[in-house]
Structures are given as structure tokens and as C-alpha cells.
Design a protein around this ligand. Structure first.
Ligand code: SF4
Length: 214
């Protein structure tokens, strides 16, 4: 249905995986995903068995929150046909910044112009390294961001090559490198790799995990 979504959960927390990290955020987590990443921390949202809720109800709920950010996440939110309509409704709420987090495998061109897209590029350790839709690079708007979740030195080198080849010359696209929780290398090592290679990317430490909040 065009006005109803399968919703896994809604909650307020800190945004932790973008240039907006550290800000209060209302999350709308949609159910269902087309990937099965090895490190997935949202397994409860991967199988599509959420609660059916209309766009109007979701927007009304978001209006009543007080945090400056609203993020639609998943699962993979672009799987649901009503997601662009939800994003348009959320964008009309005064004084809020709306983000969508997507796994990069689906066409991002339906995302409304006022919404910030945080687009994953899956590295080899995820098990979904070939999932990124390369055409999405041309669909990125200046406010959109790319995110690589790094599980090993091999992942880092893969992401470094991708950035050098496809993202280094892009103006205005923030690029984030984030370590998988519990990897064999430390965030300090990842930081030193980034500095030694002179990469124009940001280390992302998932502040919500450091504080042990959802
Ligand atoms: S894309 Fe996200 S929600 Fe889907 S399996 Fe991967 S980490 Fe989990």
C-alpha cells in the first residue's frame, strides 16, 4: 500500500553514524532487508514482519518528539513503496533535519531533495561487497554522505581503493569509515591508516555504542 509501512520500532537516541553523530534523533526503523550482512546489528529488522502503520500516523508521532533529527532506517527502508511519501511528510515538519540510512544497493533517486541520504558501500567482510549500485554515485546530492563499515585491513584497503577511484574528487560528499564492533584492529589503528594514507574521510566511532545506548 502506498500510505502504509511495515515498521519494526520507533525510538529516540543519539545519531551515531554520520556527520550528525552526537545529536538527538528520532529513529523510525522499517522492517525488511534485501541483504544479510555478517555483522548486522539490526537482525530484528531484517525479516519483514513489522507492524503496519500509516504515513500520517508516523509523521504525527515524529511531530511530538523534541529532538532535532529524524532518521528513517532499517532493515532497508527503500524496499517499501511508501518510504518516499513518509520522507516527504517528515521533511514538512518545521525545524527538523531528516535523514535516511540505506544500504546502497537500491536506487536512491526517489529520496526527496530535502532529505540527507547516508549511503552504505558494503565492504568484502560484510558478505555483500558486490551489492552497491554504482549508478548511485551519480545520484548523490551535495548533502548526501557515504559510509564504509570496516571489518579488517582487507576491508580498509578495499574501501581506500573505492574512495580514491570514485569519491576522492567529489565535492561536498562526506565519507565515513567506521570500524565493525569487536574487530581485531582498534579504532586507533584505523585512525593511523587514514592519516598515513592522507585519505579525505572521517573516522566514525558510533557514539551511541560507546555510550551503550541503543
Ligand atoms: S543492510 Fe543493514 S539491516 Fe540489512 S543486513 Fe546489512 S547491516 Fe543488516
Amino acid at each position: 500500500m502506498n500510505d502504509t509501512l511495515e515498521v519494526c520500532e520507533r525510538f529516540c537516541s543519539l545519531q551515531g553514524e554520520s556527520s550528525y553523530a552526537g545529536m538527538g534523533c528520532y529513529f523510525i526503523r522499517l522492517a525488511g532487508c534485501n541483504l544479510r550482512c555478517r555483522y548486522c546489528d539490526s537482525a530484528h529488522a531484517v525479516e519483514k514482519s513489522g507492524t503496519l502503520i500509516t504515513v500520517d500516523v508516523l509523521v504525527d508521532e515524529a511531530v511530538r518528539t523534541r529532538v532535532p533529527l529524524i532518521e528513517v532506517t532499517g532493515g532497508e527502508p527503500l524496499l517499501q513503496v511508501a518510504t518516499p511519501r513518509l520522507l516527504r511528510g517528515l521533511s514538512a515538519i518545521p525545524g527538523r533535519t531528516v535523514l535516511i540510512e540505506t544500504n546502497g544497493s537500491l536506487d536512491i533517486s526517489e529520496i526527496p531533495s530535502g532529505v540527507v541520504a547516508v549511503v552504505d558501500v558494503k565492504c568484502p567482510d560484510s558478505g555483500a561487497a558486490d551489492s552497491f549500485d554504482m549508478v548511485n554515485l551519480a545520484r548523490l546530492r551535495p548533502q548526501d554522505e557515504l559510509k564504509f563499515v570496516i571489518g579488517s585491513r582487507r576491508d580498509y584497503e578495499w574501501a581506500r581503493q573505492f574512495v580514491r577511484q570514485h569519491a576522492a574528487g567529489r565535492r561536498g560528499t562526506a565519507v565515513h569509515f567506521s570500524p565493525v564492533a569487536g574487530t581485531e584492529f582498534s579504532a586507533t589503528e584505523l585512525a593511523s591508516w587514514i592519516v598515513d594514507d592522507g585519505l579525505n574521510v572521517r573516522l566514525q566511532l558510533q557514539v551511541h555504542r560507546m555510550l551503550q545506548i541503543r
